[in-house]
Ligand binder design. Structure first.
Ligand code: NDP
Length: 333
């Protein structure tokens, strides 16, 4: 079987460009016992992949130059040499950015696409949904009537985090990068307020106005000046779920910000950075809860789906320009 795959062509300095990626044509090996031949259907692009393009020590190994980029994929089984999967099954796994690939059955999870759209297994029922779930339920732990602020609110994680906070009776404010996204958060996803950081001059003041009782939980997806402004509005005994820092992922130097530790100290703030993998032992229970909420309509979701394998780099770069509402995905027919 012939296939095309994207490899990391070179390590980017700053924002990746077309030179970061290269398409290769290859021929797959013969299928071995316990393997399946997969055709990619939906491929996820995620901000964390930017970190993996650097050659630095982190919680996950770096991508190697000349080796296929890998990420979460929903794929169809085309041929099977295992009893556990048959042709036509839909699976999800950590797979190469390729049109076709061979994979061991033990590394794949079969999913049911009759009740939820296939892309949801890469979004609300995948890694982003799990991240939102644990960040809110285990770290933020909002109580009824508390104010929860979410940055990167209209993205794959943020939309879910905000809605889960609503299930706990919180008053939820989203910070995002356009008026359309603010409208979406309030009208479709039940956020109480939303703030467009791109047209707000004094963020600290705007957050104070929009959160008159102060901020009890901050779910941070972006870092930088937005986070500085939220921290200035934190209440006593507030919590920060430190999930992501996308505003800094393409920085070649870490910018200086205000010294936040005195604020955290004097307001008894609990700050916890976390990686979703820390919660692997609890994925099954979280998936069950998220699936229930999706099916009974408690949680809604949206996706930005771009057609065509060739568009993978464009979709990935779009994350850093705010081109997505909800989960950014590539679809391959
Ligand atoms: P999103 O779907 O939210 O896509 C990224 C969004 O970030 C963009 O749409 C854009 O929205 C916003 N953004 C981009 N650049 C900036 C910037 N300079 N300043 C502010 N906002 C910016 O991504 P995910 O939901 O998948 O991920 C959200 C965050 O969560 C990321 O930081 C990611 O790394 C992190 N994450 C962490 C995990 C963990 O285990 N800790 C797991 C999964 C994700 P806008 O229009 O609002 O600017």
């Amino acid at each position: 079987m012939k296939t095309r795959q994207f490899v990391l062509a070179s390590r980017p300095q700053g924002l990746p460009s077309s030179e970061t990626f290269r398409i290769e044509n290859i021929v797959l090996n013969e299928l071995k016992d316990n393997e399946v031949l997969l055709k990619s259907w939906y491929i996820s692009v995620d901000p964390y992949m930017r970190g993996r393009m650097n050659d630095v020590k982190s919680y996950a190994a770096s991508f190697e130059v000349g080796i296929p980029i890998k990420g979460s994929v929903v794929a169809k089984v085309i041929e099977s040499k295992t009893k556990s999967l048959v042709k036509g099954d839909i699976v999800t796994g950590y797979l190469p950015w390729a049109e076709y690939c061979n994979e061991k059955a033990e590394n794949l999870r079969k999913v049911d696409t009759r009740t939820v759209p296939p892309g949801y297994y890469l979004g609300i029922l995948g890694m982003p949904g799990l991240t939102a779930y644990f960040g809110i339920m285990d770290i933020g732990k909002p109580k009824t009537g508390e104010t929860v602020v979410i940055s990167g609110a209209a993205g794959a994680v943020g939309i879910v985090a905000g809605q889960i906070a609503k299930t706990q009776g919180a008053w939820v404010v989203g910070i995002t990068g356009s008026d359309d996204k603010c409208k979406l958060l309030k009208e479709q996803f039940g956020f109480d307020e939303a703030l467009n950081y791109k047209n707000t001059k004094n963020l600290k003041k705007a957050i104070a106005e929009i959160c008159p009782k102060g901020v009890d939980v901050y779910y941070d997806n972006v870092g930088g000046e937005i986070t500085d402004a939220v921290i200035a509005n934190l209440n006593f005994h507030s919590r920060i779920a430190l999930c992501g820092q996308i505003s800094l992922y393409n920085s070649t130097r870490i910018p200086m910000g205000p010294a936040i530790l005195p604020t955290l100290l004097t307001r008894s703030v609990k700050l916890q950075g976390f990686i979703v993998g820390n919660y692997a032992d609890h994925f099954e229970e979280a998936r069950r809860q998220l699936t229930k909420w999706v099916i009974d309509g408690t949680l809604k979701y949206t996706e930005t789906i771009i057609d065509g394998f060739d568009k993978l780099p464009e979709a990935f770069l779009g994350l850093f320009a705010g081109k997505n509402q909800g989960k950014m995905l590539i679809k391959i027919e």
